[in-house]
Ligand binder design. Structure first.
Ligand code: GLN
Length: 475
């Protein structure tokens, strides 16, 4: 069994092992395993071991938290003052932030040990972790397959046990999809439950930081440390405590049957059976907006992405062109041409097109209005009937790296079940639930109403008991 947070915390506090020993073991494991999966972009032994030494002192003094001395990793779009933060882009390849993300500060205040920064798709744009500046991340279950993305490095590191837990970011499924492909738990909190201060912005009204962990309880523990309001993020707030007795589970059977493959449906069937065993009532649900999720995401999220990419000019920080230029515009154009990857360029063009001239009214404002209607539809029609929504996390298990999608629309399907939570701001969790015929992990996803993060964890834990997932054992 791979190490879980709780087990290790007990061992550390009983002084059966020290954080320095544990951290050294993990740093060594990263060296071996990174050749196969490339989960990490960057490690710094000195920084990690210093944090571990501090943690051991706190344990000696007898005042540890459950995270004290536990080695973890952070997606490399979460700013860390003591390690580079690159967003897997040439634009930020040498960037060391002048301040740390609130989530990192909170973890450090709890004695956490940072092992290193994990790989992602450039600026978190993507679903594969194949297109970052520092190379591809492979799925630890089968290195010919993708780890998923964009938090692929974080998910792979937890699955291969080169970190006990990790933080990722989820704009349109980027925590849950790779977590599902790699057979680990991934949680996207209610929008605003966790501060985004120090997260390199992708689409600001969608982005949330959340934990990737080995089980639901570990994810819950990490979430409880990183959540809460923050003077540096005006959208962050304190979520209330919630519980839900005898929850009703909503299932959109028709769309799931249409989209998911045979292996996924088989695992999903077991999740429906788990509802019966748990005594949870199930109801059929259906959103009249389901063919609009992807379209809304393209218009709204890409417009926000284009705006957020506007801060990379080569002036002040990050990469700048070394070639000659005639004026400021030319300097910026050359900088961006040289330092942004193809995906980023495409999205910047598409997003700006959506915001240009009449298109603003034609597409952007219209999409904003539909997003509003969609939220209303969920609350009036869906959450009227049920407390939580159950679906597979993705329509298939992790595809091969060379898999080609026939259209942009088809290429977005891996995120189809995840997207509503980002569009609406809902908490949503994936738990590994079974294996495909090729022995790849398959996850199920549960989403709840806004602010019902705590209740969602409880329900997810109950489902977890019936999981037939097989975790990896990499020594
Ligand atoms: N895969 C989606 C995209 O490409 C979501 C990315 C994310 O959640 N960061 O935009």
């Amino acid at each position: 069994m791979p190490h879980s947070l709780i087990n290790l915390a007990t061992q550390l506090q009983r002084k059966e092992i020290s954080s320095v020993e544990l951290t050294t073991e993990y740093l060594n494991k990263i060296k071996k395993q990174n050749k196969k999966t490339n989960s990490y972009i960057f490690t710094n032994e000195e920084v990690s071991l210093n944090q571990a030494k501090k943690a051991d002192e706190i344990i000696k003094k007898g005042s540890p938290s459950v995270l004290t001395g536990i080695p973890m990793s952070l997606k490399d779009n979460i700013m860390t003052i003591d390690m580079p933060t690159t967003a897997a882009s040439k634009m930020l390849a040498k960037y060391i932030p002048s301040y740390s993300a609130t989530v990192y500060t909170k973890l450090l205040n709890n004695g956490a040990v940072l092992l290193g920064k994990t790989n992602l798709d450039e600026f978190a744009m993507g679903s594969s972790t194949l297109n970052g500046y520092f190379g591809e991340t492979s799925n630890p279950y089968d290195t010919d397959k993708i780890a998923g993305g964009s938090s692929g490095g974080s998910a792979a590191s937890v699955a291969e046990d080169t970190s006990i837990y990790s933080l990722g970011s989820d704009t349109g499924g980027s925590i849950r999809q790779p977590a599902s492909y790699c057979g680990v738990v991934g949680f996207k909190p209610t929008y605003g439950a966790v501060s985004r201060n120090g997260l390199i912005a992708l689409a600001s009204s969608f982005d949330q930081i959340g934990p990737i962990a080995k089980n639901v309880e570990d994810a819950r523990i990490v979430f409880n440390v990183i959540k809460g309001k923050d003077e540096f993020d005006m959208t962050a707030f304190e979520i209330p405590r919630t519980t839900r007795q005898n929850p009703v589970i909503g299932i959109d059977e028709d769309s799931i049957q249409k989209i998911a493959d045979k292996d996924t449906l088989k695992v999903f069937e077991k999740a429906i059976n788990a509802c019966k065993k748990l005594g949870y009532k199930t109801v059929k649900i259906n959103s009249k907006y389901d063919d609009l999720y992807i379209k809304l995401y393209f218009v709204l999220a890409y417009a926000e992405m284009a705006s957020n990419m506007g801060r990379y000019t080569g002036i002040g920080f990050g990469y700048h062109t070394k070639s000659s230029y005639i004026d400021t515009d030319d300097f910026i154009r050359k900088t961006r041409s040289e330092a942004f990857g193809d995906d980023v360029k495409t999205r910047v063009m598409f997003g700006n097109y959506m915001l240009s001239g009449d298109n603003m009214k034609k597409y952007y404002y219209k999409a904003l209005k539909i997003r509003h209607d969609l939220i209303e539809d969920y609350y009036l029609n869906i959450f009227n009937k049920c407390d939580f929504i159950l679906s597979p996390t993705t329509p298939t298990a992790a595809p091969r790296k060379d898999h080609k999608y026939s259209s942009v629309e088809e290429g977005s399907l891996p995120n189809i079940f995840a997207l509503p939570a980002n569009l609406i701001g809902l908490p949503s969790i994936t738990i590994p639930f079974g294996m495909s015929s090729e022995n790849m992990p398959i996850g199920i996803m549960l989403s709840g109403k806004k602010n019902f993060d705590n209740a969602l964890f409880t329900v997810a834990k109950n489902f977890e008991q019936y999981s037939e997932h097989k975790s990896l054992d990499i020594k």
